[in-house]
Design a protein around this ligand. Structure first.
Ligand code: MG
Length: 363
């Protein structure tokens, strides 16, 4: 639970400090050294960067990927007021649950956690009185717009459309796919943005975070990425959150919530500079991953975990040059259609199915 900033610093750890969100979070924290104390940093393969971060930010301890129990150690360290979960992929799930069980608030940038086990994660967060504050820009936008969720009728999630919005997705290279027009992100999420699977994972994430049915979660393509998402109240009033496309804002808000600090803010938003805001419907025939995600979400049970595992493995295969971009959704679709869905699965069932999908997918 939050104690507020009052006299003492908020104590924070970052899981995934060397990744895209982690490094941007440290840029945020560098400007807010009077507000935060860093307890621990957990990094990935980039040991050199992790060492540099440790020297600069002086956390009480760091853990590297080689340290098997490192993430569990951080997430059960009750010194933490909040943990930023900034790893990508399924590795975020177990540490998130550990932190929740220890009553530590989560700034959640790892969408796979909610896609795989959203019901369990949200249930345990409620039981342990833990706040799950979204870092994803769309969910942060909704979180910032909502005053009383019970008065909201619909969530409107915007999508940039990625690098192939009005271009063919046939025979595209990894390099073309990684050239995202608006956002600076890690490789996995950038590929997901190109297929719109990222938006698909986000609607499942939104379903769990805000408790909305899928037919009340709408996706709108907005290439300028200025409107980060919106909500429509029962009376038809629409509230949107706008800003320059920088992850610094949603990261900082997740850490400072419910307060706001000037922090890293580099530039004021100008309506006249933005000039145009365009919106269009997503093309589900060209981007079938989004339709697949809606379907998996509505099916519920283990279906979203299968969607996530198959997609994640297929994305890595694409990044290694083994398959084409359009094979990603085909592989995901096949994994879903050959899966017998379990409703209300346990965590162990989810993890077993996740592992099984990953093994079977290219065998
Ligand atoms: Mg997003």
């Amino acid at each position: 639970m939050y104690n507020g900033f009052m006299a003492c610093k908020r104590k924070i750890s970052i899981i995934g400090s060397t990744g895209s969100i982690g490094t941007q979070a440290l840029e945020v924290l560098e400007k807010l050294q009077d507000k935060f104390e860093i307890i621990a940093l957990a990094g990935g393969d980039n040991i050199v960067l992790l060492k540099q971060q440790a020297q600069k930010f002086k956390p009480r301890y760091v853990v590297s990927r080689a340290d098997n129990n490192g993430l569990e150690r951080i997430c059960s360290d009750k010194e933490n007021d909040i943990i930023l979960m900034a790893v990508s992929g399924k590795v975020g799930l177990k540490p998130t649950l550990t932190a929740i069980e220890n009553g530590i608030d989560i700034a959640l940038a790892n969408k796979e956690t909610l896609v795989m086990a959203g019901e369990i994660v949200m249930q345990r967060a409620r039981e342990n009185n833990v706040n799950i504050i979204p870092v994803d820009s769309e969910h942060s936008a909704i979180h910032q717009c909502v005053k009383d969720i019970s008065q909201v009728d619909k969530l409107i999630i915007t999508a940039s459309g990625g690098p192939f919005l009005h271009k063919s997705t046939e025979n595209v290279t990894v390099e073309q796919t990684l050239l995202h027009p608006r956002w600076k992100m890690g490789k996995k999420i950038t590929v997901d943005s190109a297929t719109l699977m990222n938006k698909g994972l986000e609607i499942i994430e939104a379903h769990h975070l805000f408790g909305f049915d899928y037919d009340k979660i709408e996706v709108v393509i907005h290439p300028q990425s200025i409107v980060h998402s919106a909500i429509e109240y029962k009376d038809g009033s629409v509230i949107a959150q706008l800003g320059l496309p920088s992850m610094h804002i949603p990261i900082q808000y997740a850490l400072s919530y419910p307060e706001r600090f000037e922090g890293i803010k580099s530039k004021s938003f100008s309506f006249t500079e933005a000039a145009r805001l365009d919106f269009e419907k997503p093309d589900l025939a060209k981007f079938p991953a989004l339709a697949l995600a809606y379907e998996a979400g509505k099916t519920g049970g283990t279906a979203p975990a299968v969607l996530n595992a198959a997609n994640e493995e297929a994305v890595y295969a694409f990044l290694e040059g083994k398959i084409k971009l359009n094979d990603i959704y085909k592989i995901t679709e096949m994994a879903l259609s050959s899966h017998n869905v379990i409703q209300n699965p346990t965590l162990d069932e989810i993890l077993a199915i996740d592992a099984e999908v990953r093994i079977k997918i290219f065998s």
